[in-house]
Design a protein around this ligand. Structure first.
Ligand SMILES: [Zn+2]
Ligand SMILES: [Zn+2]
Length: 243
């Protein structure tokens, strides 16, 4: 039962980041019922404040694998692209410590991201999205994502804490691997970018690992191949939560 909950926790955050923060907020690649939209954005909170995430991600698409890309493994190295860029740091040791920081990172992230500008693109200029992206609120939302630590501690003691820590380290690093590994390992589709499709990554990231396909058609909600995120969207479409 408890182990099943670990998987549910992982999938909840994974779908939140991939569908909410990435495909919906950053790319407007589908239209959602507001309840589902903000539930997905909430689920994706551990990735960082949604508006800042989206603005940064749009720069990544415009500048992919150039010196202006906020996180390219070809400029600054693997660990900078993986998670060093958040801090930012070019120190491999500091980046590795951050990579294994798990829940500490969940609490630090809202303070590491800068605020968002007052002038926002129209699609991001929404009151609830702005509220969820502001530091104190973003911190409380992130904190609520650590509630499973309490339940696992009550049920399994310190082993439960260790398991919870492990799952947070996994979801951060598997997510971060899209910026590092997915620009290094796998098959390319477009000679203009280093983005790659890599099946094991797609299986672990709700489809995000089909990264070459995503860079080729950023506005398409379907990342092709093995894409659990898109499968979820198709189910949501059946019950009319998504257009
Ligand atoms: Zn990319
Ligand atoms: Zn994208």
């Amino acid at each position: 039962m408890m182990y099943g909950l670990l998987i549910v926790w992982y999938i909840f955050i994974g779908l939140g980041v991939s569908l909410g923060t990435h495909r919906l907020i950053s790319h407007n690649s589908f239209q959602s019922n507001s309840v589902l939209k903000y539930l997905l954005v909430y689920a994706g909170t551990p990735a960082g404040p949604p508006i800042q995430w989206a603005l940064n991600h749009r720069i990544h698409h415009k500048t992919t694998d150039t010196a202006d890309d906020p996180h390219s493994p070809y400029f600054g190295g693997f660990w900078h692209a993986h998670c060093g860029w958040y801090l930012p740091t070019s120190s491999t040791i500091v980046a590795i410590l951050y990579a294994i920081a798990g829940p500490i990172r969940t609490l630090l992230d809202p303070f590491i991201w800068k605020g968002f500008p007052e002038e926002l693109p129209k699609d991001l200029d929404a009151p609830l999205l702005k509220l969820m992206s502001r530091r104190p609120v973003n911190f409380l939302l992130a904190l609520s994502h650590l509630l499973p630590f309490y339940f696992f501690y009550v049920e399994l003691g310190w082993f439960g804490i260790a398991l919870s820590w492990l799952i947070t380290v996994l979801f951060y690093n598997i997510g971060d691997s899209i910026n590092s590994v997915s620009h290094l390992v796998g098959s390319r589709e477009d000679p203009n970018t280093e983005a790659r499709n890599f099946l094991p990554s797609a299986m672990l990231t709700m489809g995000e690992g089909n990264h070459a396909e995503h860079h080729r058609t950023p506005g398409n909600a379907n990342f092709g191949g093995f894409d659990i995120g898109y499968l979820f969207l198709r189910i949501m479409r059946l019950i009319r939560m998504v257009k």
